[in-house]
Design a protein around this ligand. Structure first.
Ligand SMILES: Nc1nc2c(c(=O)[nH]1)N[C@H]1C(S)=C(S)[C@@H](COP(=O)(O)OP(=O)(O)OC[C@H]3O[C@@H](n4cnc5c(=O)[nH]c(N)nc54)[C@H](O)[C@@H]3O)O[C@H]1N2
Ligand SMILES: Nc1nc2c(c(=O)[nH]1)N[C@H]1C(S)=C(S)[C@@H](COP(=O)(O)OP(=O)(O)OC[C@H]3O[C@@H](n4cnc5c(=O)[nH]c(N)nc54)[C@H](O)[C@@H]3O)O[C@H]1N2
Ligand code: SF4
Ligand SMILES: [Mo]
Length: 726
């Protein structure tokens, strides 16, 4: 391939020596792009390309997908199980036998001494659905601890809880095709161009062709906000007020869809009384959006033939994240915008398989969107698993964010971390460090040895990653897609499913029940138990999934090619078949800036990095864009504080402090700063500890900080470098 000037120094990109192409689904974000990985004659992955006939990405990949073949051979992959007696001694390489025996005996010891729930297990949104299912069977059916959760509590929990409250079940009702059908798009707290670049491309393509209005609600002038027709720079943490005010205008001006409300919802009276209090004048004083704009947006949305709302962490990660989601659902219910082409409440999911864990991991209940709280669900699964129903708890246990405080209080003594790195991703790092040190036994199961949480582990299980094994992911639009095995895992690394099946054998209960040994066996069980459920997989096979480049559940005899939209008939999952309109008073518990801490601190992501950088920190073409922690600050604020571009500054909150480089940009308001979440010992030292009351999701997005210029720049640079593992 040739680029650049034709005759002088053309840039040449060498053609990769590809021997075969293997089908896969991207292992980063929940967009779920179909790709093929090119493998050379020696079996090494050398390149990737987007799949042209895949509906999701239509041949495209973002830069993370383009360089994804490099993840296999990046530095510090775990290649052998590790073990150590005490935390501060060096790890020793050991056999799988020894590492698994030791871990099983520690789990049993802790459970016998302190009770079944004293051993906690925290998993991820980044392993296969088959692996989630087997982990759930291991935890709920064999080990029997109720303190089992996943990092989705940091991520999608508010969306899950909001969907359940409004519609009676989890499950995003819409799909990407809605962009091609809608007449008005509201995007709240979602930065698509950086976080879901290919969903962004689908949306942009639809806008370019049909020119429907895009309204973006985000305190930061993101790339998405820059291209919006209307940008609402909402005051952080006050989206609920704005959404109530939009509903106020719609009802006051009679723009609602009465027929839909009457036929398909309950709760209208209490809801309309509540939103009556949120007139645009009052609301504007809280949410910072002027009254005329509120009226204008409400009219635009309600008058559109079809209108849809998408949202991500700007809504979910707040002390009223769940309420924010319900308020979005309220807006769409009163305008009749659920289950129709272009009319939907579509939560943009985060991790590649955050959906799969919700469907089948049993984290918050039992597989197939079943509940521990429901007798018939416990009975069904215990019969299918051939075990005692009484072994199941009758309500879910602690969320991830409550597990750490339970370690502090001594209720939990052992922890198994699977595919998550809370040392970097949980709020209040200093507190998490102390809790990790308190545990009697920690086992970390990860693909890399240098993950910060491993410092606190007594055992390390090296896992095979992404396309070193076969299995399914579900994307944002409920599309189940397949990853084929592309390369062999390094050394002794084994698939997560293999590790779970080996662990099962070490428990008496595990020797009694049938436990899946392969992903195909697990998939078969998923198909059987999901028959007739909302997330019905009974019509799926690997071959069919690959041939169609992913299929949207429910997929069964009636819908052999899946279903694009849920609730098209207006029947919801609550027992009466109706959706709930819910009155949501705004309870202001935000940590507002004040004289001592005058800036809002906002946190989030950048396109080139993935979460705690365990993957992207090691890929040169990604890491080079932002190898060290930095902060966006408005030039006016920087001038006032005498801060020059790329100088180190100290950011101080009521919890702790962090040192970052200052980057001057108009993206943030003069009273706000933004720090990416990706760096260890950085923004999560500062973050607020408050949680949403329903979803227990942390309010990562808002807190108050103070900025100070660092006098000794050189010392700050050295300290900063030393703090980075990679
Ligand atoms: N490159 C890359 N892509 C990713 C990820 C990654 O790490 N890197 N992670 C994936 C995962 S797991 C997730 S969950 C998603 C997250 O995807 P996004 O939620 O889109 O990403 P964030 O940057 O966390 O936050 C989104 C926006 O919320 C805004 N925001 C902050 N406070 C408020 C508020 O009070 N109200 C409103 N309305 N907006 C607010 C921020 O300014 C930010 O622009 O991305 C996924 N995709
Ligand atoms: N301040 C702030 N904090 C945040 C957020 C924010 O916006 N602001 N966002 C939150 C959100 S939305 C999320 S999702 C979390 C993410 O937080 P984490 O889950 O801690 O982030 P990751 O770095 O993705 O961790 C995944 C781990 O799994 C490993 N891994 C990858 N593939 C496999 C596999 O196949 N098997 C196994 N066993 N391991 C594997 C990776 O090496 C990595 O260590 O962070 C949360 N924290
Ligand atoms: S948009 Fe997401 S799924 Fe698609 S290539 Fe990029 S990271 Fe992968
Ligand atoms: Mo997430």
């Amino acid at each position: 391939m040739l680029f650049g000037r034709k005759h002088k120094n053309p840039i040449t990109i060498a053609t990769k020596p590809v021997d075969k192409w293997v089908y896969a689904t991207c292992g980063y974000c929940s967009t779920g792009c179909s790709m093929e990985v090119g493998v050379d004659q020696t079996g090494k992955a050398v390149t990737t390309r987007g799949v042209a006939d895949a509906d999701v990405n239509r041949g495209k990949l973002c830069l993370k997908g383009i360089f994804e073949f490099e993840v296999f051979r990046s530095a510090n992959r775990g290649t052998a199980p590790l073990i150590r007696e005490r935390t501060f001694e060096h790890f020793q390489t050991t056999s799988w036998e020894t590492a698994l025996d030791k871990t099983a005996s520690e789990i049993k010891r802790i459970q016998q001494k302190y009770g079944r729930d004293s051993f906690a297990i925290i998993s991820t949104g980044q392993i296969y659905t088959e692996e989630f299912y087997t982990l759930g069977k291991l935890v709920r059916g064999i080990i029997g601890t109720n303190n089992y959760d996943g990092n989705t509590t940091l991520c999608m929990a508010s969306a899950v809880s909001g969907y359940k409250r409004s519609f009676g079940s989890d499950g995003p009702p819409g799909c990407y095709d809605d962009f091609e059908q809608t007449d008005c798009l509201l995007a709240i707290g979602s930065n698509l161009p950086e976080q879901h670049p290919i969903i962004y491309w689908r949306m942009k393509d639809a806008i370019d062709r049909r020119k429907f209005p895009l309204i973006v609600v985000d305190p930061r002038v993101t790339m998405l906000a820059q291209m919006a027709n209307i940008h609402l720079p909402v005051t952080p943490g006050t989206d609920l007020v704005l959404l109530n005010a939009l509903a106020h205008v719609i009802l006051k001006e009679g723009l609602e869809d009465r027929a839909y409300i009457n036929a398909h919802t309950t709760g209208f009276e209490a809801f309309s009384q509540l939103v009556a209090q949120y007139d645009p004048v009052t609301a504007s004083k809280i949410c910072g959006i002027d009254e005329d704009t509120i009226r204008n947006v409400a009219r635009l949305y309600a008058k559109a033939q079809s209108a849809m709302t998408i949202w991500t962490m700007g809504i979910n990660q707040s002390t009223h994240g769940s309420d924010g989601v319900v308020a979005i659902n309220n807006l769409n219910l009163i305008t009749g915008n659920i289950g129709k082409p272009g009319g939907t409440s579509l939560s943009i999911t985060g991790q590649c398989n955050a959906m799969g864990t919700r469907e089948f991991s049993s984290c918050s209940g039992l597989p197939g969107y079943r509940l521990l709280e429901k007798e018939e669900d416990r009975a069904f699964i215990s019969r299918y698993w051939e075990m005692e129903e009484s072994f199941f708890p009758e309500k879910r246990g602690l969320f991830q964010t409550d597990i750490f405080p339970a370690i502090e209080s001594g209720q939990i003594k052992g922890l198994w971390l699977i595919g998550t790195n809370p040392m970097t991703s949980m709020q209040q790092t200093a507190r998490i460090k102390k809790t990790m040190e308190k545990l009697e036994f920690v086992v970390v199961q990860d693909v890399y040895t240098d993950v910060e949480s491993t410092k606190y582990a007594h055992a390390f299980f090296p896992a095979a990653m992404w396309a070193e094994k076969e299995g399914c992911f579900t994307n944002t639009e409920r599309r189940v897609n397949l990853v084929r095995k592309v390369v062999e895992p390094p050394g002794e690394a084994k698939s997560d499913l293999w590790i779970f099946s080996q662990m099962a054998k070490r428990f008496e209960a595990g020797r009694k029940i049938k436990f899946p040994q392969t992903n195909a066996e697990a998939f078969e069980e998923i198909r059987e138990i999901s028959r007739g459920r909302l997330c019905d997989y009974s019509g799926l096979t690997y071959e069919k999934i690959e041939a169609r480049r992913g299929i949207q559940w429910p997929c069964n005899e009636a819908n052999p090619n899946g279903v694009s939209r849920l609730y098209q008939d207006g029947r919801f999952q609550h027992p009466d078949g109706k959706a709930r309109l819910i009155a949501l008073p705004f309870i202001d518990n935000n940590e507002w800036p004040d004289e001592q801490y005058p800036f809002w601190l906002n946190t989030g992501r950048v396109v080139e990095h993935w979460h705690t950088r365990t993957k992207t920190g090691k890929i040169g073409n990604l890491n080079k864009f932002s190898p060290t922690p930095y902060m966006e600050i408005n030039p006016a604020a920087a001038e006032r504080l005498n801060i020059k571009p790329m100088e180190y500054v100290r950011v101080v909150s009521r919890r702790s402090m962090a040192i970052v480089l200052a980057q001057l940009t108009q993206r943030v308001a003069p009273n706000a700063v933004f720090i990416p979440m990706h760096y260890y010992d950085c923004v999560n030292r500062l973050a607020l500890g408050l949680l949403d009351p329903y979803s227990r999701q942390p309010a990562y997005k808002q807190c108050a900080v103070n900025i100070q210029k660092v006098e000794n720049q050189e010392a700050a640079a050295i300290a900063n470098l030393q703090a980075r593992t990679y």
